[in-house]
Design a protein around this ligand. Structure first.
Ligand SMILES: Cc1ncc(COP(=O)(O)O)c(C=O)c1O
Length: 373
């Protein structure tokens, strides 16, 4: 009985003594911010991703915002992004006064459909924010070609995709700015935090200055060469990150194995389809485990039935353009983006984390099967 009611959370970070040791070292050093750990963490991430430069920031959202600022996005511009993402994918350029234009997604990948992106371009379009939703790399070659053809900036929101590969290279290593996020539900965490990767030394310099109140590296503490922000990551947070990068391969392998187990358990469960499998060009990094329910299945009821058995699940993801503030600001309505909206009505995130117990996964799938039946 106790077993049957034990809660299975939606997500849980994977921590051990390493994080505690690294954090304690920072605390004992008294050098809590702007110390040596952030650059160490940045170097480790850059090397792991395979990119020359990485700038740590206070969150994925602040990293995206800095990328938008560096891309020169401003008032009156339009920026195209995916409606089937987390709000930060759009908020990042709204902060700079630009207007969101949502292009529909591909029904298989759940990422931006490049043809829909191209069709949405106007003379005001300034940039594209591509998203690697659920760790599946977006159609980089097509989106970069469109950006080049129309003279647009391209920013990659890889918040959910650390470890994903596009055409054999890790996302974040293709030269343009890409952003990763480290909230505790992500593949690896720093509690709160994020990082921007880039192949450009000039962009790195701007990132480092803008995140630190616009100080240039030659400025004194109270000198500010440009208008900036406090988007720094602390050394305490970076210390967690150091310990996490050290075991990142292990974390990703656990997640891939857990995803594999779910796929096998769900095989043959009527009314449930799983995420698109990898192909030669796309390798997913497992962030969440999302299933799509067939038409006619009452998702809210499924969530309630699972909850009654101590199993957390979540409707995932709501469309950005249908969020209340988006409807109020821009007048967005249902049926504007039929593929994203249909996907959004049917997708459900199941409990998923690096150390998920295989027996708990069986419990989740049994409960899901019964809830649907
Ligand atoms: C696609 C996407 N973009 C951006 C973010 C923002 O990251 P953060 O929560 O670290 O600000 C997230 C976080 O969940 C995300 O999933």
């Amino acid at each position: 009985m106790a077993q049957a009611t034990r809660t299975i959370p939606l997500s849980r970070p994977y921590l051990d003594e390493r994080e505690a040791r690294e954090v304690l070292d920072v605390l004992r050093s008294r050098h809590l911010s702007l110390g040596p750990i952030v650059p160490r963490f940045e170097g480790m991430v850059a090397e792991w991703v395979g990119v020359p430069y990485a700038a740590a920031v206070s969150s994925g959202t602040t990293g995206l915002h800095l990328a938008c600022r560096i891309a020169g996005i401003g008032p009156g511009d339009e920026v195209i992004t995916s409606p089937y993402s987390f709000v930060a994918s759009a908020n990042c350029f709204i902060y700079e006064g630009a207007d969101p234009v949502f292009a529909d997604i591909d029904p298989q990948t759940f990422n931006l459909d490049p043809a829909a992106v191209e069709a949405a371009i106007t003379e005001k379009t300034r940039a594209i924010v591509g998203v690697d939703i659920f760790g599946y790399p977006c159609e980089l070659d097509e989106l970069l070609a469109i950006s080049e053809r129309h003279g647009l900036a391209f920013i990659q929101d890889s918040a959910e995709a650390l470890g994903a590969e596009y055409k054999g290279k890790r996302v974040g290593s293709h030269g343009h700015m890409a952003i990763f996020a480290f909230y505790p539900n992500k593949q690896m965490t720093t509690a709160e935090g994020g990082i921007v990767t880039t192949g450009s030394a000039e962009q790195l310099e701007l990132l480092v200055s803008l995140r630190n109140q616009g100080r240039a590296d030659t400025d004194g503490w109270l000198d500010h060469s440009r208008f900036g922000f406090n988007y720094r990551l602390s050394d305490v947070h970076a210390a967690i990150g150091v310990a996490q990068v050290e075991k990142l391969d292990e974390l990703l392998a656990h997640r891939a194995a857990a995803a594999d187990r779910y796929a096998k358990l769900l095989d043959g469960v009527d009314g449930v389809s799983t995420l698109l499998a990898d192909d030669e060009d796309h390798k997913r990094s497992w962030f969440v485990y999302v299933v799509k329910l067939a038409s006619g299945i009452d998702r809210d009821r499924v969530i309630r039935v699972l909850e009654d058995q101590g199993i957390q699940s979540r409707p995932y993801l709501p469309c950005i353009h249908l969020q209340q503030y988006m409807r109020e600001r821009y007048g967005f309505k249902e049926w504007m983006l039929p593929v994203a909206e249909e996907t959004s009505r049917k997708t459900l995130a199941l409990p998923f984390y690096s150390a998920i117990d295989p027996e708990d996964q069986e419990r989740v799938v049994d409960a899901l099967r019964n809830a649907i039946a």
